[in-house]
Design a protein around this ligand. Structure first.
Ligand SMILES: Cc1ncc(COP(=O)(O)O)c(C=O)c1O
Ligand SMILES: [Zn+2]
Length: 377
């Protein structure tokens, strides 16, 4: 008997954990990990070098933990941009300092640990590039063969990174959503495990470490707002779950308001939040490839977290994304990729709207490293 079950996020039907359950058998909603009698005094397997509060993880045996040193990323102040936006306290958490250069390593470490523990020699993943590179790195580390589906238009650096780790790239001529369809057909036809960072319940168990680290860093002075670029919502949902767990374990603090930033070209979350209809337009794309997700499987959960956390969702034009990518590098020495810079374009909009007020503190995760994508011109 495992120390957790899988539970439907909509109708709460439960099933025993495995690598193949990606949605509820009854209503097709996503499934999430639910722990049974988890106790912080005997928390079980913890991430290596972990000094944040105890965290529940879906891993039974410490020997199964696949780690490349992910997490424990620095938080620094960004005072020049803070002053520019009229904010007293603006912090950046440098998620690009994870081993493959993006926050995805948090989720991948836990997902690949579960894959290793449950025993799958070959997996399939699809990605805009960063999750694919991350899964490739952790697959190399654990001796697992990885098939990575990515749009043929994905940045050369990300595809190159996938190859360097020895994974098998499957470039797909088409959109990010068509890439997902191709990966789904491939894993079903071959009976392989679909270790998708968008669909696997184990990925979010790793991204929630972000919330634990934010709590450890700020404790009684938690930021009032966190502003993130959101496509499928793995960091967004993970952060919320982590904060909820910390509160349930007795830590008293106000959960930051969690804001989603999307590109104008691809904005299903913003539209759903505002109660508008939206569907992807053929040929319309964005420089922020990491958030170019037309049909996020966790859309309902994301909108519910926006509402529960008092957050909001805004869409930003590509011109602002590129402008902010340059400003972040020029004024703070931080080189994020366009997807990461989108968060700052969104922050500017939220400050102008009065959703974020001058005296309030704000944290922005800089989710991916600048050299992974096209250089700003
Ligand atoms: C650099 C970067 N930031 C943010 C995101 C968005 O993550 P998610 O799709 O889990 O919301 C991605 C996803 O690929 C990414 O690559
Ligand atoms: Zn269900």
């Amino acid at each position: 008997m495992s120390h957790f079950v899988l539970e439907c996020v909509s109708c709460a039907v439960q099933s025993q954990p495995d690598l193949t359950t990606l949605q509820c058998a009854k209503c097709a909603a996503p499934v999430a990990v639910r722990y049974i009698d988890w106790n912080p005094a005997s928390p079980g397997v913890q991430p290596p070098r972990w000094d944040a509060p105890p965290i529940p993880l879906p891993i039974a045996n410490a020997d199964s933990y696949v780690s490349l040193g992910e997490g424990n990323t620095p938080v620094i102040e960004t005072p020049t941009i803070g002053r520019y936006l009229g904010l007293d306290a603006l912090f950046a958490k440098l998620e690009f300092m994870n081993p493959s250069g993006s926050f995805k390593d948090r989720g991948t470490a836990v997902m690949l640990s579960v894959v290793q523990e449950m025993g799958a020699p070959e997996i399939v993943e699809d990605s805009s590039g960063n999750a694919g590179a991350s899964v490739s790195a952790y697959s190399a580390r654990s001796g697992i063969k990885a098939h990575i589906f990515a749009p043929a238009s994905a940045p050369a650096a990300k595809i190159g990174q996938i190859r360097v780790y020895g994974a098998l790239p499957h470039p797909i001529e088409g959109t990010r959503d068509q890439t997902t369809e191709a990966a789904e057909t491939y894993y079903r036809e071959r009976g392989l495990v679909y270790a998708s960072h968008n669909r696997s319940p184990y990925f979010i168990e790793g991204t929630k470490t972000f919330a634990y680290e934010v709590y450890r860093r700020f404790e009684g002075t938690m930021p009032r707002h966190i502003v993130m670029p959101v496509g499928n919502g793995s960091l967004y949902i993970g952060a919320w779950k982590g904060f909820q767990e910390l509160r349930a374990a007795g830590h008293g603090f106000d959960i930051p308001r969690l804001h989603c930033v999307q590109a104008e070209a691809v904005q299903p979350i913003v539209a759903a939040f505002e109660g508008r209809d939206w569907s992807p337009l053929a040929g319309v794309t964005t420089a922020a490839g990491g958030i170019a997700v037309g049909k996020p499987p966790h859309l309902g959960e994301i909108v519910s977290i926006i509402q529960k956390s008092g957050g909001s969702a805004v869409a930003v034009p590509d011109s602002a994304i590129i402008e902010w990518q340059k400003r972040l590098a020029l004024s703070e020495g931080i080189f994020g990729e366009p997807t990461s810079a989108a968060a700052y374009a969104g922050l500017q909009q939220l400050a102008a709207m009065g959703v974020i007020e001058p005296g309030e503190s704000v944290l922005v995760p800089v989710t991916g490293f600048g050299l992974k994508d096209a250089l700003p011109v």
